[in-house]
Ligand binder design. Structure first.
Ligand code: KG4
Ligand code: ZN
Length: 329
């Protein structure tokens, strides 16, 4: 049984994992706390992780009817993420591992996202992985566990960051992604022709700065925006963002000749994205893998699952360190 922690950003999550159908996964969201700042305050996030982590660990084990002597391995996100937040999970995991004489499996948060869809499906290598979150917009060719080739990435904002900024410009609430998703449901996605950046057909890189600046100018030049105007802007932006993401993901499948696409990270919770990707993938003969909605955003279950695939637990506790800029490519 693997006990796993993810404290990479603002949510504290702990999972107790036996196999793909037998696990617990508890997540404590900090959205209400960071709402008043309009973004994540790293020091505040870390303090909340400290308050929550022991309680959530007990809860995750209780739900599996497990005690510490049942734990064979402790998995923890070591990066990338916010350093103060990562340090809480890493220190807690190391302390628990040392005291209970169990090994630790360090996991890269992005690796967690890459494999999250396969908690539900069987893995078949190679596949193309599109990771879209608040910190990442990356396309990888995944040849094996540990075999990642970077095919493309954002040259400026991550797509989740762009959602968050557009929500802030519209004064629509926090967190931006779910707010834009909700607001878009009543909006007209065809009202504004929002630029999609980097029109070059062959590129697998992304740019969201032009898209975001267009929305900024739209908002700044308007003397008044009604709720319905805001909904139209949200829906038009969301449509542009989803179109950009699909175009690059499809291009990656064409360029690699691989017709298996895994999409994960917080932005893959987006309802338009899920509908459009499902429709487009079917039309293009691409096998699409997306996590269940609750496993798109940060969670410790995906960290436990990645650790179970990696088989690299170690008793060399001093080698385990938080690294906010950890890479997998
Ligand atoms: O994977 P995640 O929980 O954390 C990171 O690793 O960054 O992703 C968080 C991002 C945020 O930018 C949030 O606004 C976005 O995912 N997000 C969404 C939706 N739900 C969360 N973006 C668009 N539509 C959503 N429904
Ligand atoms: Zn994440």
């Amino acid at each position: 049984m693997i006990l796993a922690f993810d404290t990479s950003c603002d949510d504290t999550s702990v999972s107790c994992f036996l196999d793909k159908t037998t696990y617990s996964n508890v997540i404590s969201s900090q959205n209400e706390i960071h709402k008043k700042y309009g973004g994540i305050m790293p020091e505040v996030a870390a303090r909340k992780h400290i308050e929550n982590i022991a309680y959530l660990t007990k809860e995750a084990m209780l739900r599996m009817n497990a005690s510490l002597k049942d734990i064979d391995d402790i998995a923890v996100t070591v990066g990338p993420g916010l350093l103060p937040s990562l340090l809480v999970g890493v220190s807690f995991a190391k302390g628990l591992a040392y005291a209970n004489k169990v090994p630790i499996s360090p996991v890269n948060h992005i690796e967690g996202h890459i494999f999250a869809p396969f908690i539900e499906y069987d893995i078949c290598f190679p596949f193309v992985a599109l990771v879209i979150s608040g910190g990442h917009t990356h396309i990888f060719l995944v040849k094996s566990v540990g075999g990642y080739v970077l095919l493309g990435k954002t040259l400026d904002d991550a797509v989740g960051e762009a959602f968050d900024k557009v929500a802030r410009l519209l004064d629509a609430g926090y967190p931006g992604g779910p707010v834009i998703d909700r607001l878009s449901k009543t909006g007209n996605p065809d009202r504004y022709n929002i630029p999609k950046g980097m029109e070059s057909k062959n590129t697998l890189n992304f740019s969201f700065s032009g898209t975001k600046t267009f929305v900024k100018n739209l908002v700044n030049n308007a003397s008044y925006l009604s709720i319905s105007d805001k909904a139209d802007i949200a829906a038009s932006f969301q449509k542009a963002a989803v179109d950009i993401l699909w175009k690059r993901a499809y291009e990656a499948c064409l360029q690699t000749g691989i017709k298996r696409l895994a999409v994960s990270g917080g932005v893959s919770a987006n309802s338009r994205l899920r509908e459009e990707f499902a429709k487009n993938a079917e039309e293009c003969g691409i096998e699409l893998f997306m996590p269940k909605k609750e496993l798109t955003t940060d969670n410790a279950l995906m960290i436990a699952f990645a650790a179970s695939l990696k088989h690299s637990p170690t008793f060399n506790y001093s080698s385990i360190e938080a690294n906010p800029r950890l890479r997998i490519y």
